[in-house]
Design a binder for this molecule. Structure first.
Ligand SMILES: [Zn+2]
Length: 311
């Protein structure tokens, strides 16, 4: 390959690409979302009528995210910022406030869609993991369509139509999970996870939920919490505990060892995606993957227990 000849061509290509990127940015409003749970919906609703960027990667723990100067620049340059709120974006919250003060439309999505009576408190702090309840999150598409429609009124009908399609899918998924989880034996409906991200999920789909860490991963699990959960596992004969893709495995391993020391065969039920889609790639993929993982682990536990009774 003749590199000296190719280089000017590459430079020209780069120039034309950046030129066209600028042009496409100017075509519609620019939207920045913090989480994929918001961003995936916004991307679909925006279509080619607005540019959408998602700040947190699919493997990122939002509780621990610290914004860089570039992140703040990106937020400041946006027309619309959509974030979760309820203190999910701990270290980013100050920056989001400053961005809002500078005149950018900044919307805390979870705070807007959740009714006050639906809020789960965790000590002094609100529980931010609202997306785990697909029925509540099915209200988000309409909110995004409305916010985009205010930015670009000519495309409001298109935004609304795309939002309605997502809403219908989420409500169908919600119905499916309600049916599937209600088929689990009542004594198997205990969900033990790395951090306390599944309480909205548990309330909606009928599972008792215990996290080893609190609602934020910034707090450490204490030895007494591990001990208390080992007791619970042994007393209630809980078959499985779950890893989370964005949370360290250390605490879950401590629980596994604690249960083993007491002669209880606690299994790893699989990896759940609590605060980011991880390998499940999208928000809806993450709901689907979590439901399947939990149903398999807790359902299989029941079969194993039934087999043990026969012997
Ligand atoms: Zn979390």
């Amino acid at each position: 390959m003749d590199w000296p000849k190719l280089l000017p061509a590459l430079a020209a290509l780069a120039l034309s690409c950046s030129g066209s990127a600028e042009a496409s940015l100017k075509e519609g409003p620019s939207v920045v979302c913090t989480t994929a749970m918001i961003g995936d919906l916004a991307l679909e609703i925006a279509g080619s009528d607005a540019s959408v960027e998602v700040l947190f990667g699919v493997d990122m723990d939002p509780h621990l995210f610290r914004p860089t100067r570039d992140d703040v620049k990106l937020l400041m340059a946006a027309d619309l910022v959509l974030y979760n709120g309820l203190h999910l974006e701990g270290y980013l919250t100050d920056a989001l406030e400053r961005v809002g003060d500078s005149g950018v439309e900044v919307i805390p999505v979870a705070e807007r869609v959740l009714l006050e009576s639906e809020l789960i408190e965790s000590g002094p702090a609100p529980d931010p993991h609202v997306w785990m309840d697909a029925s509540v999150w099915s209200r988000v598409p309409a909110l995004i369509a409305d916010a985009l429609g205010q930015q670009l009124p000519s495309e409001r009908p298109a935004f609304t139509a795309r939002a309605a399609a997502i809403e219908a899918r989420l409500l169908a998924a919600d119905e499916d999970y309600r049916r599937s989880f209600s088929a689990l034996a009542p004594d198997r409906r205990v969900l033990l996870t790395a951090h306390d991200a599944f309480r909205y999920f548990g309330r909606r789909y009928g599972l008792e939920v215990r996290g080893i860490q609190g609602v934020s991963t910034t707090s450490e699990a204490s030895l007494s919490t591990i001990e208390e959960l080992v007791n619970l596992v042994v007393q209630r004969d809980i078959p499985a505990v779950f890893f989370e893709s964005t949370v360290s495995e250390r605490n879950v391993k401590a629980l596994l060892e604690g249960a083993k020391a007491r002669g209880h065969d606690l299994q790893v039920g699989g990896v759940l995606h609590a605060d980011a889609p991880g390998a499940a790639a999208t928000y809806e993929g993450m709901l689907e993957s979590n439901a399947a993982t939990i149903l398999t682990a807790l359902g299989a536990g029941r079969e194993a227990a039934a087999g043990a009774d026969v012997r």
